[in-house]
Design a protein around this ligand. Structure first.
Ligand code: NAD
Length: 485
């Protein structure tokens, strides 16, 4: 195992330093890296937002974020950590503010000896990503000493066209190699484990192909509704919010060929090759292979349309299911059935690989299934056929591996893992522009078909696994969902 690098010198600027993401995820991730020694004396953080906060007040909010979100913390360490944080009131559209920000950064670089390494983290509304990155170059915050890295949150664009514009704006200031597009699913332990499992075990490696695998099922189910994010959700929907990024990232790791090596470049190449081969659908195929739903569309008190900031006649989908087909790679032409939605029966993120039956001697023979549970469990289950104890009948057996509670407690949060990765310049678990481009191209075709369709999304009951019409994605096969909720 590679030892964690210690005392990495860096100056962070967090745009959106007073926001929810910074409070719940970013400060706790930084604290855990401080506690483990990856960050020590030579780091400083400048938080920026519009509010006129003092450094002292900002440090208190950072301390609060740690106390609320990290277990077993020592007060002394929290205080010591917060002394690396400074605040700059900043309107991202105001040129003069970047000059003031640069002065503050330069002073802190000397104070903390951060060796000119700068990381700009954009934790705010995506509409500002382009503006900020252009100002960073124009007002000379991007320098020639040390590295300059840009970390951007999702969503990266709203469709292919807007993503291209954004990428162009960012590309004017930063090289692709310095842009870290976050998909926090890539920081999850069991998603990272997919590659280890499939590439290092002959047991899996030898069946990871279209001769043996009948279909792959990816489920990202949430039990909650849109909560207080109705306004954002009305502009996105399940397809943009979950499929374009998280589901495609998981699918490409499952479907890609073995990379030439474990370098970030070779892994991205393998992912891109398989994504390039995705079957793009015309509108007839979209209607056959994709189904959208909305929770409790019957205008009851619990319906999506009654949520705050949601239009009473909204046609935005809170559920989507579909079939993907890759034309290259080991799983060439194997159906990938995907689904994601809100207010479903159970919160779970999982991948089920269903194997073809190898013989027909037993009538009860069931499909072997490799199930990788990502969230909330970190578990691998292989469903096999075997003999019942003291009987001659064939029965379904399960071989399970789950991390213990103690081990799970040790798993770094996805953000902590990703922070460490971009601190050491490892881009493996970040999304390459080519991946963004291809997946938006696929998504846009579905969105276009839906926009031209006067029909409403199918209604589904809260606590179900989506509308009953989902079964149409299995058209012409005997396939069905492994996870039934
Ligand atoms: P938020 O609304 O809580 O915070 C936004 C921040 O931006 C605040 O600090 C605000 O002061 C600042 N801001 C807004 N306009 C500004 C301006 N003109 N100049 C300077 N500062 C300005 O948002 P959030 O939930 O923290 O989300 C931030 C980003 O992270 C978004 O891109 C979101 O999609 C993404 N994201 C958030 C979550 C989450 O759990 N909150 C999860 C995944 C992705």
């Amino acid at each position: 195992m590679k030892a964690m690098k210690k005392n990495l010198p860096v100056l962070f600027v967090i745009f959106g330093g007073s926001g929810d993401l910074a409070h719940r995820k970013l400060y706790p991730a930084l604290f855990n890296l401080f506690r483990k020694g990856a960050l020590q004396d030579n780091f400083a953080v400048v938080g920026t937002a519009r509010r006129p906060w003092s450094d002292d007040y900002f440090q208190e909010t950072v301390q609060q974020a740690i106390i609320e979100n990290v277990k077993d913390v020592e007060d002394k360490l929290v205080t010591e950590f917060s002394q690396h944080f400074f605040y700059q009131s900043h309107d991202v559209t105001d040129e003069s503010h970047y000059i003031e920000l640069n002065n503050k950064i330069s002073q802190l670089e000397t104070q903390f000896n951060t060796q000119g390494n700068r990381t700009f983290y954009l934790a705010m509304s995506p509409q500002f990503f382009g503006t900020i990155s252009q100002h960073l170059r124009a007002q000379k915050l991007v320098t020639d000493t040390g590295y300059n890295r840009l970390v951007v949150e999702k969503p990266f664009g709203h469709d292919l066209e807007s993503a291209k514009v954004l990428n162009q704006q960012i590309g004017d200031s930063f090289d692709e190699k310095d842009v870290y597009r976050i998909d926090h699913y890539l920081g999850k332990q069991m998603i990272q484990n997919i590659m280890y499992l499939r590439l290092t075990n002959p047991l899996f490696d030898s069946v990871w192909d279209s001769n043996h695998i009948k279909n792959v099922q990816i489920t990202l189910a949430e039990s909650l509704g849109v909560e207080n994010r109705g306004g954002y959700y009305e502009t996105a929907g399940a397809l943009r919010d979950m499929v374009q990024n998280h589901i495609f990232q998981i699918a490409s790791q499952v479907a890609m060929k073995k990379p030439k090596s474990l370098t970030s470049a070779d892994i991205h190449q393998a992912k891109q090759d398989v994504l390039n081969s995705i079957q793009m659908y015309d509108s007839d195929e979209v209607n056959r292979f994709f189904v959208r739903g909305q929770y409790d569309g019957n205008h009851s008190e619990n319906s999506y349309r009654k949520e705050e900031q949601v239009s009473p006649d909204s046609t935005v989908e809170t559920f989507v299911s579909g079939k993907l087909l890759f034309k290259e790679g080991p799983l060439k032409n194997v159906p990938f059935y995907i689904r994601t939605g809100k207010k479903l029966a159970q919160k779970t993120t999982r991948v089920d690989l269903v194997l073809k039956s190898s013989h027909d001697l037993f009538e009860e023979n069931q499909d072997n299934v490799i199930s990788i549970e990502i969230d909330p469990e970190n578990k691998l289950t292989v469903t096999l056929n075997g003999k019942q104890l003291s009987q001659t009948d064939l029965s379904s057996l399960q071989m399970k591996f789950a991390y213990t509670q103690d081990e799970v407690a040790q798993i770094p949060d996805a953000y902590e893992k990703l922070f460490y990765d971009f601190l050491i310049g490892d881009r493996t678990n970040f999304v390459h522009w080519h991946e963004v481009k291809t997946t938006w191209d696929f998504i846009d075709r579905i969105e276009k078909t839906w926009q031209e369709d006067s029909r409403q999304p199918f209604a589904y009951q809260n606590g179900s696994m989506g509308p009953k019409e989902v079964s149409q994605i299995f058209e012409g096969t005997k396939d069905s969902w492994i996870f039934k909720g």
